[in-house]
Design a protein around this ligand. Structure first.
Ligand code: SAM
Length: 298
């Protein structure tokens, strides 16, 4: 798998993490260890870094990238919704810093086995964890038109969801939708694919693909479970930092942090989310939509 991934908002996270050399840090979405490598460089031999990811291939890249770390490195294949169990099983009671950088790495988008990209024709799958038994192809070929339209609207915030769902259903009367290219072509046939004739800069399939990925991986449900577990796993003055990439995720993070502030559990370190500056967006276009929120356990 292509192993390059520039971590977003890296310097801001490092400033906000305030790590002592013996800290326990949890990177709940370790990916290619872009952020984790930075943490590992701050930690001494008494420090611990736990990296969690659902994708075994990412963990292999992370292991290689972290092999020279001085601190103890524990890499675990798990869903971050299981963070409590992961820490318990590894004898870690409380953490100083917990990070989640939501979504996917650029390498996963290019991975033919993941089936996530509309840029390259690949088998339509979208599972980040192959232990999940329903693929995106199962969803688009099996769901009824109304349910499909609702899903595309709810998780993709796609206004043309009904038209897209209708076209998917019409297409599958003739043939099964097996590849990302077929699905992308169906969406283009509804929305048009000529970049010059479109007002939006994003590809017309972006929102529908986002919706399917969220549904297949239960991304919002897992995020809620993870956020609810964090207060029990942070030391006093320990911090949780979450980077989200679309409004559905950011709303969940914002509401969770606010509710915990109202209950006297958190102080909000970021009243408004931190975003990338122009230089970072220029260098790393993926940072364009990143929003970082940080809360501190009281
Ligand atoms: C944006 S990447 C993280 C990149 C990482 N911060 C870096 O700098 O290399 C997100 C990672 O989270 C993983 N992931 C997504 N959802 C997850 C979940 N529910 N539990 C654990 N890992 C998850 C993905 O497989 C992916 O590797």
């Amino acid at each position: 798998m292509q192993a390059e991934h520039k971590p977003v908002l890296a310097q801001r996270i490092l400033e906000m993490a305030v790590l002592q050399p013996d800290a326990a840090v949890v990177d709940a979405t370790v990916g290619f260890a872009g952020h984790s490598k930075m943490f590992a460089e701050r930690l001494g031999t008494g420090g611990t870094l736990v990296g969690i990811d659902v994708d075994q291939k990412c963990l292999e890249v992370a292991r290689e990238n972290l092999k020279d770390s001085k601190c103890k490195v524990i890499l675990v294949r798990a869903n971050f919704s299981e963070i409590g169990e992961v820490l318990r099983q590894n004898g870690i009671e409380l953490a100083d810093f917990i990070l989640a950088d939501l979504g996917i790495c650029s390498g996963q988008l290019a991975d033919m086995d993941r089936g996530l990209s509309f840029g390259t024709d690949m088998k339509l799958d979208m599972r980040l964890d192959e232990r999940i038994d329903v693929t995106a192809a199962d969803v688009v070929n099996g769901m009824d038109e109304k349910e499909l339209a609702d899903l595309i609207y709810k998780f993709g915030e796609e206004r043309a969801s009904r038209k897209i769902a209708r076209s998917i259903v019409n297409y599958r009367h003739k043939a099964k939708i097996k590849t990302t290219g077929q699905l992308s072509d169906i969406i283009c046939s509804v929305l048009g694919c000529d970049p010059k004739s479109r007002r939006s800069k994003i590809h017309p399939a972006t929102r529908t693909f986002q919706a399917l990925r969220i549904a297949v991986n239960d991304e919002l449900g897992n995020l809620e479970t993870f956020l609810n577990a964090i207060p029990l796993l942070l030391k006093k003055q320990g911090r949780a930092a979450i980077i989200s990439f679309h409004s559905l995720e950011d709303r969940i993070v914002k509401n969770n942090f606010r509710a915990n502030k109202a209950s006297g559990i958190y102080n909000l370190i970021t009243k408004k989310p931190i975003v990338a500056d122009r230089a970072e967006v220029f260098e790393n276009p993926r940072s364009r939509s990143a929003k970082l929120r940080i809360a501190e356990k009281i």
